[in-house]
Design a protein around this ligand. Structure first.
Ligand SMILES: *Cc1c(COP(=O)(O)O)cnc(C)c1O
Length: 423
């Protein structure tokens, strides 16, 4: 099931009160769920020297980063603003992994300044762009034809990321010769993958490569980073990723590696979706209905709040809540509808030809699994503004953690000094 029964029980009865206090639409995130998931990862992978670097792009909100910090997680960043946000949350140095691609020299400057970060280079040509030689260096590995990818990230051969198999040993040799003394190895091959076998295979690939590079170059690896990409079920009935089995099999690989080498690199992960995805929902109100060739229900959110359905045709499960009886399931005849926003783009739909209980104006729609790559992906096309974000705190209270955008925000970039180049 997309949204946990536990969260339904805690959230649905109080939803109308939250909606009338803060206004709709809003994303709301569940602190309890996020903490439980984080603790589950820590517990399952403890035997590998595990550390999670939360992928900031999934949900870049200071309150979220604070929760991650309190679980001793680091951050995975790929831009200067993400670095700044992570440092403002208190992370520094090796608590930040900088996994950028097509990187500018300015970004490397920032990544190495103000406490630094672990640099994870996407290509051998980027070595020359570094302002200085870091003591600790990592490369992102792209195995190309040696592995297959999945739908969202694509086939490794076609993916723009990482260092190729032919170049990887040379990359570490170059950094060793330049003076780097500490090493890590990274990869990220899939997105939203629910088959644990694939993840185990990725760890095996990394450990094999560590073995090969270490023996050829005489260098020691402190960590491998298997990336993010751990999947979640978006549709009812989809089996979840079996993290416990995945961890057991990875730990078995670690035991073998330790037997052969005496020690093993720590296992790093940079999950975004798995950490927060299921622990957020978008709540929006039904405000219009029209019946032409299809039945449409218009809501007060648009794809500025959630791009995934329009962009990837992604399924997000929807529950209908009658605000007068929020704790009981809406028991009305099913109807096939498109749930639409107000953008002048026909892809601005949260659901297409979905069977839902008859929706009445004023009902609240709970669009699920928006805790990762939801609000963060929103945009301003058609001057549609992004909604507020709320936190359902573990003590049951609800806090505003980002206000809704205003027209002033939208116009802010029109505030500038005139600059005309006469030619
Ligand atoms: C986006 C991204 C992640 C997080 O991906 P999820 O699918 O949310 O787990 C991790 N690492 C890198 C380098 C990324 O670009």
């Amino acid at each position: 099931m997309p949204m946990s029964t536990d969260l339904r029980k805690r959230l649905f009865p109080v939803l109308p009160e939250i909606a009338s206090h803060f206004g709709t639409p809003f994303h709301i995130y569940d602190e309890t769920g996020i903490r439980n998931t984080g603790e589950q990862l820590k517990r399952s992978f403890a035997a590998t020297g595990f550390k999670e670097f939360f992928a900031v792009k999934a949900l870049p909100n200071p309150r979220i980063l604070e929760i991650m910090r309190s679980m001793e997680f680091g951050f995975d960043c790929s831009s200067t603003p993400e670095l700044v946000l992570s440092r403002q949350a208190g992370a520094k140095g090796e608590e930040i992994m900088f996994t950028s691609n097509n990187t500018t020299e300015d970004e490397f400057e920032e990544a190495m300044a103000n406490g630094g970060s672990i640099l994870n280079l996407d290509d051998i040509t980027l070595i020359e762009k570094l302002p200085e030689v870091p003591e600790l260096i990592s490369f992102r590995y792209n195995p190309g034809p040696l592995r297959t990818g999945n739908e969202i990230i694509g086939n490794p051969v076609e993916a723009k990321y990482g260092v190729s198999h032919d170049q990887i040993i040379g990359a570490y040799k170059k950094m060793r010769d330049l003076g780097s003394r500490r090493f890590g190895l990274h990869t990220m091959l899939v997105s939203n993958e629910r088959h644990h076998e694939y993840m185990v295979e990725t760890v095996k690939m990394l450990l094999d490569l560590v073995e090969e590079i270490s023996s050829k170059l005489g260098i020691h690896f402190e960590f491998i980073n298997m990336g993010g990409g751990l999947g979640i079920p978006y549709k009812p009935g989809e089996p979840p990723l079996d993290v416990e089995t995945m961890a057991k099999e990875i730990i078995r690989l670690y035991e073998m590696f330790r037997k052969n080498h005496g020690n093993a690199p720590a296992l790093f992960m940079e999950s975004g979706r798995y950490m927060t995805g299921p622990h957020g929902v978008l709540v929006t109100k039904a405000i219009n209905e029209k019946n032409i060739y299809r039945r449409y229900v218009g809501v007060d959110a648009s794809m500025s709040a959630l791009m995934r359905p329009g962009m990837y045709g992604a399924y997000h499960h929807i529950d209908v809540i009658n605000p007068l009886k929020p704790e009981t399931r809406v028991d009305r005849p099913l109807q096939t509808v498109d749930i639409i926003g107000s953008l002048c783009e026909n892809i601005d739909k949260f659901a297409v030809q979905r069977e839902l209980p008859e929706i009445r104006m004023g009902d609240l729609l709970v669009i699920q699994d928006t805790g990762a790559h939801g609000h963060a992906m929103g945009f301003n096309y058609n001057a549609k503004l992004r909604p507020r974000e709320l936190m359902l705190n573990s003590d049951g209270s609800v806090s505003l953690i980002r206000r809704a955008e205003t027209m002033q925000d939208y116009f802010a970039t029109l505030n500038f000094e005139e600059d005309t180049l006469k030619l």
